[in-house]
Design a protein around this ligand. Structure first.
Ligand code: BTN
Length: 267
C-alpha cells in the first residue's frame, strides 16, 4: 500500500511534469502568435489577475495556472475553479478602448470553445460564452496603468457544478468534449492573438453570428434603476435596444449590465 508520503511525492512529481508540459507547449504556442512572447505557468495561485508575475508583466505576456483557488469575476463576484478543472489565464496587453477588448475577448473565447466542441456556441452580451443559457466561459477585463489585463476562464473538465451554479454553468466535458486543458488554452491564445488585430467589422460580425441575447426577455441594471424588456438589437460595442412597457430604450454599453436573462440570474 502506498504511504501518504509516497503519494504526496507522486503528486508533487506529477505537478512538476504537468508544469513542464504546459511551459513547453505554451512556449511553442507563443512562437506561432504575433502578439504573445512569454507565458508564465504557476502551479497554484489565488487569481491570475493578481499574481506577482501579472503585476510585473510587460504587454505580450500571459499568466496561467494549473489551479486557481480564488478566481474573481465581474462585479466583484467569484469565479469557481478550485479543482484543476478549468482554464484560468490573464493576458497582459497594451490598453485599447475597452469596448474593443470586450468584443475581441468574447469572440476569441467563443472560437476556442467551438474548436473543442465542434459546434457553434452563443455569446451573451457583453462577453459570456453560453450554451443553452448556461455559462461556459467568462471574461474579466481590468486596466493597470497603460496595460489591460484580460482574464479569461473556461470550464473544461467539470462534470457538475455545486449549487447555486448548477443551473447556470456548464463545461466542455458536460457537452461531450473530452479535451486537454492545455489544448483549450493553446487554442485560446491563438484565437485571441487573431481577434486582437481583427477589424471592428470582422469582430462585430463574428459576435452577431453568435448573439444569444437578441429576442430574449431580460432584466438590466442601469444608472436609472432596473429595466426589463425584450432585447430588440445588440450592438456589441455601443449598447442594446430594449422594448419595454414604456417603449423602446437604448441602453449604452458603458453603463448597462444584464441582471437576469433566459429566466436565470446572469451571475
Ligand atoms: C465573469 O464571468 O464574471 C468573469 C470571469 C473571469 C474569470 C477569469 S479566470 C482567469 C482570471 N483570473 C481571475 O481571477 N478571473 C479571471
Amino acid at each position: 500500500m502506498m504511504t501518504h508520503d509516497a503519494s504526496n511525492t507522486d503528486h508533487a512529481v506529477s505537478a512538476q511534469t504537468e508544469l513542464a508540459r504546459w511551459q513547453q507547449g505554451l512556449a511553442a504556442t507563443c512562437a506561432r502568435t504575433t502578439l504573445f512572447r512569454e507565458a508564465f505557468v504557476l502551479a497554484e495561485v489565488a487569481s491570475t489577475q493578481d499574481a506577482l508575475e501579472t503585476r510585473s508583466a510587460r504587454p505580450g505576456t500571459f499568466v496561467t495556472t494549473l489551479r486557481q483557488t480564488q478566481g474573481r469575476g465581474r462585479f466583484g463576484r467569484s469565479w469557481e475553479d478550485t479543482a484543476e478543472t478549468g482554464v484560468a489565464v490573464t493576458f497582459v496587453i497594451d490598453a485599447q478602448p475597452s469596448e474593443r477588448l470586450v468584443l475581441a475577448s468574447a469572440v476569441a473565447a467563443a472560437e476556442a470553445c467551438e474548436r473543442s466542441l465542434g459546434r457553434r456556441v452563443g455569446i451573451k452580451w457583453p462577453n459570456d460564452v453560453v450554451v443553452d443559457g448556461r455559462k461556459l466561459s467568462g471574461v474579466l477585463i481590468e486596466r493597470r496603468d497603460e496595460r489591460a489585463l484580460v482574464g479569461i476562464g473556461i470550464n473544461v473538465r467539470q462534470v457538475s457544478f455545486p449549487e447555486p451554479l448548477s443551473k447556470r454553468a456548464i463545461s466542455l466535458a458536460m457537452l461531450g468534449a473530452r479535451v486537454d486543458r492545455l489544448d483549450v488554452l493553446a487554442t485560446l491564445v491563438e484565437t485571441l492573438d487573431r481577434a486582437l488585430v481583427a477589424s471592428d467589422e470582422t469582430l462585430v460580425a463574428a459576435f452577431l453570428e453568435r448573439d444569444a441575447l437578441q429576442g430574449q426577455r431580460a432584466l438590466f441594471a442601469t444608472p436609472a434603476g432596473p429595466v426589463e424588456g425584450e432585447v430588440r438589437a445588440v450592438d456589441p460595442m455601443r449598447g442594446l435596444v430594449v422594448r419595454t412597457d414604456a417603449g423602446e430604450l437604448f441602453l449604452p454599453a458603458g453603463s448597462t449590465s444584464v441582471a437576469e436573462w433566459a429566466g436565470r440570474s446572469a451571475k
